[in-house]
Ligand binder design. Structure first.
Ligand SMILES: NC(=O)c1ccc[n+]([C@@H]2O[C@H](COP(=O)([O-])OP(=O)(O)OC[C@H]3O[C@@H](n4cnc5c(N)ncnc54)[C@H](O)[C@@H]3O)[C@@H](O)[C@H]2O)c1
Length: 305
């Protein structure tokens, strides 16, 4: 069995490839960009929307991870047509190529944002059985929900197996520069203002990317077939808490200003990853502050400032 990681050159995908290679799996990266981190595996340059090319690459019995997408919600807002094309559109192309070639399973990267627009009922504990509403608030969310639904359609109509992984917000080595943690570190070091949308109380269950990558690999288990898993951090962290943690690690005060909240900004409630623990024996191992300290240290040492 070969494992094709579509989007394996990206932030999360590169860590998933590392874990799979450590486990001795036969891995190929399929991406528009060549790998940046010297991964010892096949690389196929290609577009996740190119069904014919994908159908040449996929072989019967392969497992395909789909991590390629527009992961930046701001770019989704600016270019919705293109962004949806490389997110929900790409998911449909991957599933179609999987159908044509007899791929054993498509494992899709989704997001905790699919829970984002649930009405505030006071219900604090979200599981994979919590339904999403029909009012998803952001095109990114709708596109991810569409990708999830295509997986289910391809399963019921054509028998293509899937696993859906709903990620929390990852942080750690190789994070894209425009993500929250590298931005905050850079601003604190340079004495630049940090802008927070809303009052900073919105929470995310930040997850260390290496824990998330292990969770991705755990989804290879047969127990994950045609299942959905939340892969999320252990505790809720507010945006302002990130700033305070970094201030402590960096030994420097941040200059914080608060602006109007973003449209569709998911406020965050507790999302349980208990199912992944029960089915896959996976749970995040890292303590948030420890992982952040390690990441910040590497970030500063690599002079990304
Ligand atoms: N980073 C996050 O905060 C986060 C949170 C939840 C879910 N996710 C999801 O996880 C997945 C990976 O996110 P990431 O942060 O690693 O993103 P990333 O942008 O770092 O990586 C995406 C990779 O996909 C590739 N790619 C983009 N379009 C492609 C195309 N048309 N064909 C082939 N390759 C293409 C890019 O070259 C890149 O290597 C995405 O599906 C994203 O929506 C990310």
């Amino acid at each position: 069995m070969k494992i094709v990681v579509v989007g394996g050159s990206g932030f999360i995908g590169s860590h998933v490839v590392d874990v799979l290679l450590e486990q001795g799996q036969e891995v190929a990266i399929y991406d528009l960009e060549a790998p940046h981190y010297d991964q010892k595996c096949d690389f196929i340059r290609g577009d996740a929307r190119d069904v014919d090319r994908l159908s040449q690459v996929f072989k019967s019995g392969d497992v395909v991870y789909l991590l390629a997408a527009e992961a930046n919600v701001n770019r989704f807002y600016e270019s919705p047509l293109f962004s949806n094309d490389i997110t929900a559109g790409a998911a449909m192309s991957i599933l179609e190529a999987a159908r044509r070639t007899g791929v054993a399973r498509v494992i899709l990267a989704s997001t905790e944002w699919v829970y984002g627009s649930l009405p505030e009922t006071g219900e604090e504990y979200i599981t994979e059985d919590t339904p999403y509403t029909n009012n998803p608030d952001h095109i990114y969310t709708s596109s991810k929900i569409a990708a999830e639904l295509f997986c289910k359609n391809y399963r019921s109509l054509y028998g293509v197996n899937y696993t859906i992984m709903r990620y929390g917000i990852p942080f750690g080595e190789r994070a894209r520069p425009e993500t929250v943690t590298p931005i905050f570190i850079r601003r604190i070091i340079r004495d630049e203002p940090i802008t927070i949308h809303g009052d900073g109380s919105q929470t995310r269950q930040f997850i260390y990317v290496k824990d998330l990558a292990r969770g991705n690999a755990a989804c290879l288990s047969p127990a994950a077939e045609n299942q959905i898993f939340n892969l999320n951090g252990k505790k809720k962290i507010s945006v302002i808490q990130i700033v305070r943690t970094l201030e402590e690690i960096l030994g420097k005060k941040a200059n914080v200003s608060f602006v109007e909240d973003r449209k569709g900004n998911f406020k965050g409630r507790f999302i349980s990853s208990e199912k992944a623990r029960r089915f896959l024996n996976w749970s995040p191992q890292s303590d948030y502050e420890d992982a952040m300290r390690k990441y910040a240290g590497e970030f500063l040492a690599s002079s990304n400032l």
